[in-house]
Design a protein around this ligand. Structure first.
Ligand code: SF4
Length: 286
């Protein structure tokens, strides 16, 4: 197994919201985007960072070798369920089939694809063990990392944020053409996908963006069967204490701009999306 380390901030065990079954979620540090609403500010830079919380000093970020990370992930193997002694085909084509998938490992972030090359030896071993692997991604990453991801990842959670080229660049620091190209690669792979749409006051909730998101969803559904479901993520400010912990250690990171979305707005947006697709659409409150 290669020795290039993987920089992580947290391994969350017994997670029920990051894919099928009981999962172990590894949060990888580093992200090319700067979403003003980000709730994981400790995962933005690709290097360890000091924090101070409740008067206690610490460091966000720990380097693990692939062997060390694999050992941590496989500690939960008995909870993933199913026969995980042999590699499996985990392809599914409808949301109703998600429940038949076992638990497993989810890579999240930050943007886990920034460290995809170093994750390859971990993924290879997880595959040998038959462990189901999911990825939560913004897709703003290199084509090489996406090519590796479609080789190893069984299930994708893909964000749909700001579709306008200029606003995407100015607000998120992202290139929408990179996103669109990477989206095509994932869709061409046939791997199952859940699209996650953060609904953020002043950034993603305007009528033009909602229309562009709806058009994307419609076009994807028209050209493939691998979108299983749409999740509309209601804005929250649960990351605030992590911003404060970074600032207490000297970071000049700006606090998130939280405006909040009403339940009525979320239901109206859900109706707009349902008007263009027969896929399940769900409002998620965290
Ligand atoms: S992509 Fe995710 S981790 Fe990166 S800045 Fe946006 S919300 Fe934060």
């Amino acid at each position: 197994m290669g020795n290039d380390s993987v920089l992580i901030t947290k391994i969350q065990r017994f997670s029920l919201h990051d894919g099928s079954g009981i999962r172990t979620t590894a949060f990888l540090k580093g992200c090319p985007l700067r979403c003003p609403w980000c709730c994981n500010p400790e995962n933005l830079t690709l290097s360890p960072e000091p924090y101070v919380k409740d008067g206690i000093e610490g460091i966000y970020g720990e380097k693990l070798t692939p062997d060390e990370l694999l050992t941590e992930l496989l500690k939960d193997k008995p909870f993933y369920g199913g026969d995980i002694t042999e590699a499996k085909d985990y392809s599914i084509t409808s949301a109703s089939e998600i429940d038949r998938l076992p638990g497993g490992v989810t890579f999240s972030g930050g943007e886990a694809l920034l460290q995809m090359q170093n994750l390859v030896p971990v993924c290879e071993r997880l595959k040998e063990e038959g462990v189901h692997i999911a990825l939560e991604t913004s897709l703003f990453s290199s084509p090489e990392s996406i090519a590796l991801a479609v080789e190893f990842i069984d299930f994708f959670y893909i964000d749909v944020k700001i579709m306008d080229e200029h606003r995407c660049r100015d607000i998120l620091n992202g290139n929408i053409n990179v996103y669109n190209d990477n989206l095509s690669t994932v869709f061409n792979s046939g791997k199952p996908v859940i699209l996650r749409v953060p609904v953020i006051g002043g950034f993603t909730d305007d009528v033009e963006n909602r229309k562009a998101v709806a058009e994307l969803i419609k076009s994807l559904k028209d050209r493939s069967n691998n979108v299983l479901k749409i999740e509309l993520l209601k804005e929250h400010n649960l990351g605030l204490s992590k911003y404060e912990s970074l600032r207490a250690a000297g970071s000049d990171i700006a606090l998130p701009e939280y405006k909040g979305m009403s339940d009525e707005f979320m239901e109206a947006y859900k109706a707009e999306v349902k008007a263009v697709t027969d896929l399940p659409v769900e409002v998620m409150k965290i």
